[in-house]
Design a protein around this ligand. Sequence first.
Ligand code: TRP
Length: 462
Amino acid sequence: MAEKREHWGSKFGFILAAAGSAIGLGNIWKFPYIAGENGGAAFVVVYLICIAIIGLPVLIAEILMGRSTQRNPVGAFKKLSGSPFWTVVGGMGVLAGFIILSFYSVVAGWSLGYIFESIRGAFSNFTTATASGDHFNMLTSKLSWIIGFHGLFFLITICVVYAGVNKGIERGSKIMMPILVFLLVILLIRGLTLPGSNEGLRFLLYPDWSKISGQAVLIALGHAFFTLSLGMGAMMTYGSYMSDKDSIPGAALQIVLLDTVIALLAGLAIFSAVFATGQDPAAGPGLIFHTLPVVFAKIPGGHIFAFLFFLLLTIAALTSAISLLEVVVAFFVDERGWKRHQAVLVFGSVTFLLGIPSALSYNIMINVQIFGMTFFDLADFLASNILLPLGGFCISIFVAWIWGVDRALVKLKNGAEQFFENYQWRVTAWRFFLKYLSPVLIFIVLLQSMGLLTRIIDWITK
Ligand code: TRP
């Protein structure tokens, strides 16, 4: 006999858990550096538009598929379509979950390790980003450090998911998300009160349109997708623990707002401090692990803020990692009849092992290249550039055209009767975006990620 499906204790619990999934390394590590590289405020404006016109509609579609079927991604597609083709699309999501978690936890492990570095006071004497970069390389070349923290992070993730949807994920989110906001506010106040922080504010809030390129728009579009955890069924899985009483449009709107506000606040906190200490805002992926330690060395009380910052980053990563593991676990519980505890232990361990080559990509496997990439870069490329946009494309086509937007709307209305009455135009907009705009835009992102877009444009213009 299968165990009875758990449900969120409240709509608020669901919103916090889903916002926890969305708010992660993407918000605090990736968003600030891509905004920094692509012109600051102008990029932010484009990003907000992408969130509104494709992020939100696809998020609603994913949650709806989960709630209507009460299944993991594979089960959801199977139940709604009855076709093996679409079931494979669900399977692709579960696979993406495995792969993302394997390298995501490596970066999360660095963050966890940096909490200990800041307690040791390791950042107090860096004066240049090169020195802190060397320190980073020294740490990641130590096998014990890199595998140790990767493993420790995994252990914490496994413990939360093991405890179940209510007692683990929901309760964990209710504790961790308020702490996350609290930490961010402290860091924001510290950043904004530094002399010279105004430049940082200007950078993120005053648009320089000359810096916006077609490339920047595609990055914004791709990131809108990644930051909301779309395209692989994480939101579908969380939606499957929802009951028909709660409004999906309302919840989705709150998740999107939380995710966006946190990304912007993290950007403000980081850039105000980066500018106040005269560091480079466009340092790229190294912004967090190379540039920020120098910032912390320069500001009064820096080691305390370093500790708070890496704690923030680790918590953000943890609430995302648990949602990734939950997708895999839900699949084995629903479709294969596994016991939840077994699935968590077995697939938690398997994903940890799969992450080891990614962890070693900064170490003894640095010269092992597959298609010209390290294992870490390959896993990231495969998941973020191929599986997620492909999954998102299939989900929007499926809901809009195969399941059918009208049938979907009937289900969406459950729990959202008020919303449908008051905001008819929004319902019309959702229908339009999901049917036409989202698939087209996501398809363009997919072509771009596979490196095909420029070739097609060259071919057309030749
Ligand atoms: N949204 C997460 C972040 O911003 C990353 C992520 C992408 C993710 N896809 C996911 C998390 C799927 C959980 C599930 O860091």
